[in-house]
Design a protein around this ligand. Structure first.
Ligand SMILES: [Zn+2]
Length: 263
């Protein structure tokens, strides 16, 4: 699927030049969701307009460069209340359209947290979502951007994560963070993928795994007692079944494997 999200480039919103000629290209593994921490509607800084969105991008870049001492905007994209998407760090749009990203400064790794945040596109979502849920326009734009990024950079929707997964921070706010499972599902659906909870793999548990085990046993791929726990034996049986069917033997039960098992 091509990159379809409409993005206003740094040239289109009138960004300042970065302090370096170009940034290192990285291979992204995640999409990292942030909030800007600004007021929510009706007091949102961009006022839901395109001129307001461009102004917010300029002020955020100035804060990152003059306040934080960074070489450019720290994030890769800004998503404003009016549903506008603006490129952050220079070179981002061209990079992600080629499956890469530019190293940024939005999600440093703290102890015990996920790594490689700054090698992955970071999206600043305008607002502070501790007690506020975003409106539909902003949500739709966020979904569209994540669909494009997951598609062009080959990132699994499960890997759409929040800043707090990488760093000791409350970002993104509680209500936005609690919407991330829905964001992953909406993105998976738009990419034509099975609902994430329906994918069974090593570590999965429950009645769906039990049904899978019964189906494998019935087809002669013996897993022993159907205990509802997807362990190594079940994984090996799935791989054997996938090989026999000419599927990619990844041991993960997605839509194709599921269908051939009659589940
Ligand atoms: Zn953040």
């Amino acid at each position: 699927m091509p990159f379809t999200a409409k993005v206003f480039t740094t040239a289109q919103w009138g960004a300042r030049d970065a302090d370096v000629d170009e940034f290192e290209l990285t291979k992204p593994m995640y999409v990292v969701i942030h909030n800007t921490g600004d007021s929510n509607p009706p007091n949102d800084r961009s006022k839901g307009t395109l001129p307001g969105a461009k102004q917010l991008a300029k002020e955020t870049q100035a804060f990152h460069m003059d306040g934080n001492g960074w070489a450019d905007s720290g994030h890769n994209f800004l998503n404003t209340t009016g549903g506008f998407i603006l490129e952050g760090r220079h070179g981002t749009l061209g990079a992600v359209q080629k499956g890469l990203c530019v190293r940024s400064a939005h999600a440093a790794q703290d102890a015990g947290k996920l790594a490689r945040g700054n090698e992955s596109p970071g999206i600043e979502v305008e607002g502070n979502f501790m007690t506020f849920t975003m409106g539909q326009k902003q949500w739709d734009a966020l979904v569209e951007l994540c669909v494009s990024l997951c598609s062009s950079c080959n990132i699994a929707p499960e890997n759409i994560r929040g800043h707090r997964d990488f760093s000791d921070t409350d970002c993104p706010g509680d209500l936005l963070y609690s919407q991330l499972p829905k964001l992953r599902q909406d993105v998976a659906a738009k990419l034509g993928l099975a609902p994430i909870s329906d994918v069974l793999k090593l570590g999965s548990k429950g009645s769906a795994v039990q049904k899978l085990q019964v189906a494998l046993n019935a087809k002669g791929f013996n897993v022993g007692v159907a205990d509802g726990i997807f362990g190594d034996v079940t994984r090996k049986a799935v791989i054997d079944f996938q090989k026999k069917q000419g599927l990619t033997p990844d041991g993960v039960v997605g839509p194709k494997t599921r269908k051939l098992l009659g589940l």
